[in-house]
Design a protein around this ligand. Structure first.
Ligand code: ITT
Length: 194
């Protein structure tokens, strides 16, 4: 097999996302070698992360020799913010952050939230695109808690471990239950079958 066929590129500027995936990849015993590519992608404003992911994937076309993928995640506060920040997650993280988000929902006892992610893969041998989705549901913590993880992790309490935020568990524990972990398991099963 030529070396290029053994490579698979994860196009992302977010090293935390790359590191989480690397942990799953190294345990999956795949024939591929994972490499980060931090190249410019076009991120449109759309209603769903799948639309954002599709556009982002197409914006890379012709720039990478081999199979490559992007991953687009969003954090949705379903109660009481009707899904905000959702597709605006990156912008909200950069501007008001977790502290700002908590101040928006200070008065609410009941919260519901979820993370969703879409991995969009361009699979070179078939010259086709494939999608893998993952989701995890939970609540919002009253305070910012934990030093692990990244992004919205310190304010998210997953339903399955309701006493700990995503920033209070290890990467392995997060990968077992997270949006990203679920989508990546589907991705890995696909790659193993092909
Ligand atoms: P790319 O270069 O891969 O696009 P990004 O940082 O823009 O990286 P996303 O659009 O996928 O990443 O994520 C939107 C926001 O949601 C961003 O601020 C992330 O920090 C945050 N986020 C994504 N996955 C997360 C996770 O597992 N836990 C906490 N926050 C997360």
């Amino acid at each position: 097999m030529k070396q290029e066929e053994n490579m698979i590129y994860f196009v992302t500027g977010n090293i935390n996302k790359f590191n989480e995936i690397s942990v799953i990849f190294s345990k999956a015993n795949m024939k591929y070698c994972l490499q980060q590519k931090d190249i410019k992608t076009i991120e449109i404003q759309a209603d769903t992360i799948k639309e954002v992911a599709l556009f982002k994937l197409n914006s890379i076309k012709g720039q990478i020799n081999g199979s490559y993928f992007i991953e687009d995640a969003g954090f949705f506060i379903d109660i009481p913010l009707n899904g905000f920040p959702g597709v605006y997650s990156s912008y909200v993280m950069k501007t008001i952050g977790n502290k700002g988000l908590l101040s928006l929902i200070d008065d609410f006892e009941n919260t519901k939230a979820h993370f969703s992610t879409v991995i969009a893969l361009h699979y070179k041998p078939l010259d086709k695109n494939f999608y893998f989705e993952g989701c995890v549901h939970g609540k919002i913590s009253k305070t910012i808690r934990g030093t692990g993880g990244f992004g919205f992790d310190p304010i998210f309490l997953p339903d399955i471990l309701p006493d700990r935020t995503f920033a209070e568990i290890t990467t392995e524990e997060k990968n077992r239950i997270s949006h990203r972990g679920k989508a990546w398991n589907k991705f890995i099963n696909f790659m193993k079958k092909t």
